[in-house]
Write a protein that binds this ligand. Structure first.
Ligand code: ADP
Ligand code: ZN
Length: 439
């Protein structure tokens, strides 16, 4: 396997060196945090009033967690640590409740972020000479611009096409012989169906690699994308509170995502007790951002569930790896008392060969009971078969789902194109129950 680096010394640094970098940067970022009214108050309570009060990385444990609510309550400037004159960019997300969160960046912050993304790109073997079609939404959402800056830094030819307009995406792939794409996995699956509908084949394109992220997806979705397009797909993880993409990314070994530990200190906690769990155990991912001075965030609770993969990666990078995100602390469905994560359902349906590229989960209240309906698109050739065959397939999907989630769902089979597609993050779960039944 060909292994390339962007910043080899840092990427393969020994644990002691990494820890020293972390401590230096933690002290620096504490100084910036202390410039915000929010952290000044919080840190004073635990005896941290200047960077000297932090003697080792373990001192981080004293600091309370920061939550999305903290960000909302301090909107718009309660977490701003530099003068507005130094701020060159704002990213903001509106969230479901409508109260926005905002992240500010200095020029150095943007520069450091681009460097991390460049590392991710090189880790997959892409380089100058690659044509990079960035199909992720540009704008306040960090996905588009985040990869854009990193890709330019590496020297790739960047096509900043953004999300949507599937026909144009396909034409662009062909016209410029795109080699690397960045998109949500659900959108890439949709684009593949559109390519076939146009009577084109994958051989007319030059695609080699895809960066897929921004939404949860299973190993089976990755495999599907790799098979349909005959290219490698790499998992890309990030969140706007930690800059955006570039927090953790897969290398050519595709065995979990390297977390850039010189820039982010990861912790995995039990979301109920808030105690740290061991490597290999799943819990809520918590990050401290060591490199963004304009909006420092210490021990930020992401609500994403994952584990740290124990052991070393064969690529030689020493930065530990994050597993696939298995869900969010807030996406668990409780159906007739049973806890179900949408990722469990995806794992099952995407492993069934007849199932196509799209599915949806519906939950309704029928009388006193919750009703779970899993709607899946199946390949058109199945519909040409007889009704018996369709019934058998339905039965198989039902049985496999029941074995995995312990409840009995209804299954609907649909033709390709029946379910709505999203150009950005897919909306997989439609929970129609009145609010009080949802949690
Ligand atoms: P929002 O939190 O409003 O969706 P972001 O764009 O910052 O805004 O989204 C970050 C979230 O997207 C992450 O916390 C995670 O839940 C999800 N996400 C991002 N990348 C991945 C990935 N590779 N796998 C699974 N989920 C991901
Ligand atoms: Zn690796």
């Amino acid at each position: 396997m060909d292994v390339s680096f962007w910043d080899e010394d840092v990427e393969t640094a020994q644990p002691e060196t990494l820890q020293q970098i972390q401590l230096d940067r933690l002290r620096d970022i504490i100084n910036y945090a202390l410039k915000t009214p929010f952290y000044k108050r919080r840190l004073a309570k635990v005896g941290i009033n200047c960077d000297d009060d932090v003697k080792s990385v373990d001192d981080l444990d004293k600091i309370p967690f920061t939550t999305k609510d903290d960000l909302r309550q301090n909107f718009p400037r309660g977490l701003l640590a530099v003068d507005m004159n130094e701020v060159v960019r704002i990213h903001s997300s509106s969230g479901t409740t409508g109260i926005p969160t905002v992240i500010y960046f200095t020029a150095d912050d943007i520069d450091n972020w681009a460097d991390l993304v460049a590392r991710c790109i090189r880790a997959t073997g892409a380089a100058a000479g690659d044509v990079f079609q960035n199909m992720m939404t540009y704008g306040l959402f960090t996905g588009g611009l985040g990869l854009h800056y990193g890709a330019e830094r590496v020297g790739m030819t960047v096509i900043p096409i953004g999300g949507g307009n599937t026909k144009r995406q396909i034409k662009t792939m062909k016209d410029f012989q795109t080699t690397v794409v960045h998109a949500t996995p659900s959108y890439l699956l949709h684009v593949h169906s559109a390519i076939l509908e146009q009577g084109m084949t994958i051989d007319e394109l030059a695609l080699r690699k895809a960066y897929i992220g921004a939404e949860p997806h299973s190993e089976n979705i990755r495999k599907k994308i790799e098979q349909l397009y005959n290219m490698d797909a790499y998992n890309s993880y990030g969140l706007s509170e930690m800059n955006g993409p570039g927090v953790a990314f897969e290398c050519v070994y595709k065995a979990g995502m390297h977390i850039w530990e010189d820039a982010y200190i990861p912790e995995i906690i039990d979301p109920a007790t808030e105690k740290k769990v061991e490597d290999g155990q799943t819990g809520e991912v918590v990050f401290t951002n060591l490199i963004r001075r304009a909006t420092p965030l210490l021990r930020y609770r992401t609500r994403d569930l994952a584990c740290i993969i124990p052991g070393q990666c064969e690529c030689g990078r020493t930065h530990r790896r994050l597993s696939r995100i298995t869900g969010r602390t807030d996406d668990m469905l409780i159906i007739n008392g049973v806890n179900v994560f949408p990722s469990q359902i995806e794992e099952v349906v995407m492993n069934i060969p007849e199932v196509g590229t799209n599915y949806q989960i519906h939950v309704d209240k029928v009388g006193a009971l919750d009703k779970l309906v899993v709607k899946v698109e199946i390949y058109s050739k199945m519909f040409r078969g007889d009704a018996k065959q369709l019934d058998a397939l339905k039965g198989k999907i039902k049985d496999e789902l029941r074995a995995s989630i312990m409840i009995n769902p209804a299954v609907e089979l649909h033709e390709p194109g029946f379910l709505p597609v999203s150009e950005g993050k897919a909306k997989r779960v439609i929970d129609n129950r009145p609010q009080q039944y949802k949690d």
